[in-house]
Design a protein around this ligand. Structure first.
Ligand SMILES: *Cc1c(COP(=O)(O)O)cnc(C)c1O
Length: 457
């Protein structure tokens, strides 16, 4: 071990890191911090070891940059992988608004100040069969906005114990609701809540009745919960607002697809009498991150006057993407042609199409040391939606002699365009369903590269 005096100067270290793909100042900061750390530890590595260590750290930083990946997990709405990818038309719409000035808050007819999002709001309302609609950053923000508004003076929100759910990433809906200052009036039990429970809970402090869709789990057996229609009738009778948080926001009838259960649509909830519904833009809808609120015009107008609405409002890029997607749905309400929405297109891929894709991938690996086998598999929808459903599918099962499945999966994530695969049965599985159109060749190239990088070739 060298002494402190042998700590190299920053410049000298930097000269060995000129090829780092990050802004120079970041590299400098990293080097300074590392040298400082060594100074404190009092243990100085050799110069070469130091450079190796720093290169590793730079690589880690580089890999933390947001970048595209290939999703070969078969999980359609993968929360860790950015949920719904946009279709090419929507991406083009985003890019056009991103690179130009726009009429975001200008009324072109009068030349006066206009209101952000009016067009997409009316298009969304039409799509949901609602009087009005608006949008905020995400569905969580929609809930916070609604709770803040409706529990200002009457603090209580009635919610079933069977709907106090956690939506992933450690986020619990009840905690989020309470953060607004609302008081949760929990009713029923985990498995059973009756209309009488709702009725008995209403009092002069009730501000809102909330129903939360159990998007990411299901319970079966001795269960009961009143449907939207009955809760809506009660809410009307007691003159209370009723909000249904649908979470996933399927605009099409998912049960028309083999293997999928029916996800309640905003239109269904509104028809059944919910005053307001909220749902995500980037789950089953297949759009950018957004929280859409639809329902009675009077309530929507009031929500838009909340000071928090300004804090939660959507960016112009989101508006541009959502506008394009909303128009696609309106042009094709049944979603019969999938409307150029990748999530729907991938959902609709037939087993034959998937098998053909798997065979092409497998054939592309024929000359590599990878051993490929096509197996039947299932793909979940993911993203906390349709928890009971699985799409029948197939996968390319890969084994690389002398390399564990975990190690192979790690290598795939190390690629210039990282590939995310599943590891099951001691093998890596490539699920073709979520490999987007046009990515197949890149996927094969990546797999070949990962197979050859062990030096065995
Ligand atoms: C996903 C989900 C949310 C949160 O939606 P974000 O758009 O991620 O904020 C809220 N409620 C339910 C029922 C959900 O499934």
């Amino acid at each position: 071990m060298n002494t402190l005096r042998s700590i190299p100067p920053v410049d000298k270290v930097l000269r060995h890191l000129t090829d780092a793909p990050l802004p120079r100042v970041m590299v400098v900061q990293l080097v300074r911090r590392e040298l400082e750390r060594i100074r404190q530890l009092g243990a100085v590595p050799s110069f070469d070891d130091l450079v190796i260590e720093l290169r590793g750290k730079l690589r880690e930083m580089d890999r933390a940059r947001i970048q595209r990946v290939i999703n070969a997990t078969g999980v359609l709405i993968h929360t860790n992988l950015g949920r719904a990818p946009l279709g090419s038309e929507a991406a083009r719409a985003v890019s056009e608004i991103a690179g130009n000035y726009s009429n975001l808050e200008l009324d072109l007819a009068s030349g006066e100040r206009g209101s952000r999002g009016v067009y997409v709001e009316s298009a969304l309302a039409l799509l949901c069969g609602a009087e009005a609609a608006t949008l905020v950053n995400n569905c969580a923000a929609a809930l916070v906005l609604a709770l803040t508004h409706f529990t200002k003076t009457q603090r209580e929100v009635i919610i079933s114990r069977g709907e106090l759910i956690q939506i992933g990433g450690g986020f619990r809906i009840p905690e989020m609701l309470e953060a607004t200052g609302a008081k949760l009036r929990e009713i029923g039990t985990t498995n059973r809540t009756t209309l009488e429970d709702y009725e008995a809970a209403v009092n002069e402090s009730t501000g809102l009745i909330l129903k939360v869709h159990r998007s990411n789990f299901y319970i079966e057996g001795f269960v009961e919960s009143p449907d939207t229609r009955d809760i809506a009738a009660l809410a009307r009778k007691r003159d209370l607002p009723f909000l249904e948080d649908l979470g996933s926001g399927a605009l099409i009838d998912t049960s028309a697809m083999p293997g999928l259960e029916r996800e309640p649509r905003p239109r269904d909830a509104i028809e059944a009498g919910a005053d307001l519904v909220c749902f995500s833009g980037d789950k089953l809808l297949g759009g950018p991150q957004a929280g859409i609120i639809a329902g009675r015009a009077e309530w929507i107008a009031r929500l838009k006057r909340e000071p928090l609405f300004r804090a939660f409002r959507c960016d112009k890029l989101v508006l541009a993407g959502l506008q394009q997607i909303t128009e696609s749905y309106l042009a094709d309400p049944g979603g019969a042609e999938s409307a150029g929405i990748p999530i729907l297109e991938m959902m609709r891929l037939s087993e034959t199409e998937l098998r053909n894709q798997a065979e092409r991938i497998s054939a592309g690996l024929a000359k590599s040391p990878l051993r490929a086998k096509i197996v039947s598999a299932t793909d979940p929808v993911g993203g906390g939606s349709l928890p009971k459903s699985e799409l029948q599918s197939c996968a390319v099962e890969l084994r690389l002699p002398g390399c564990s499945a975990e190690a192979l999966a790690n290598r795939l994530r190390e690629l210039p365009v990282p590939i995310l695969a599943r590891v099951t049965h001691d093998a890596v599985r490539i699920h073709p369903r979520t490999v987007l159109a046009g990515q197949e060749e890149q996927l094969i190239e990546g797999l070949l590269q990962a197979a050859g990088s062990d030096g065995a070739l």
